[in-house]
Design a protein around this ligand. Structure first.
Ligand code: CMP
Length: 144
């Protein structure tokens, strides 16, 4: 019930006015927003976040894109949130994402795919710690 995942609306998603739509989808699904901020990520933060892709040909383009403007970083909590958020987001390539998913409904370009979600429990833990201080996240005490 207290599973947490890290979700980031990328600069294209923010610029296209999709923040409200995306937050609304996670709220309607039944998840709880326990952390939220808008930041222009530093190069350091972006490189750490995408560390696993650092040997890929698209890495430098990915880092310059993600640091090019405001990102809305969020932590969502609830039963099965890591896998369910990935399902709600859709496949990495928006053209391969089913209609009904966020990327399937709103995107066409793999390099501008609107949103990121943690792919595992380990990634969620790492990414939440990278983007948020613990005092920026709600605790059970605050929520109840
Ligand atoms: P994300 O889920 O944030 O995780 C890694 C990101 O790398 C991915 O979304 C895409 O935005 C990006 N990516 C993956 N493959 C490519 C590609 N072939 N070209 C450009 N960007 C890519």
């Amino acid at each position: 019930n207290d599973e947490r995942t890290f979700i980031a609306i990328k600069p294209d998603g923010v610029a296209r006015g999709l923040v409200g739509e995306i937050i609304s989808r996670f709220q309607r699904k039944g998840y709880t927003l326990v952390g939220l901020k808008q930041v222009v990520p530093s190069k350091d933060l972006a490189e750490s976040h995408y560390e696993e892709h650092k040997e890929r040909p698209f890495f430098s383009g990915l880092v310059s894109f993600i640091t090019s403007g405001p990102v809305v970083a969020m932590v969502w909590e609830g039963k099965g949130s890591i896998a369910m958020a990935r399902a709600m987001i859709g496949a990495t390539n928006p053209l391969a994402s089913a209609p009904g998913t966020i990327r399937g409904d709103f995107g066409v370009d793999v390099g501008r795919n609107i949103i990121h979600g943690s792919d595992s429990a380990d990634s969620a833990k790492r990414e939440i710690a990278l983007w948020f201080k613990s005092c920026e996240l709600l605790t059970e005490v605050v929520r109840s």
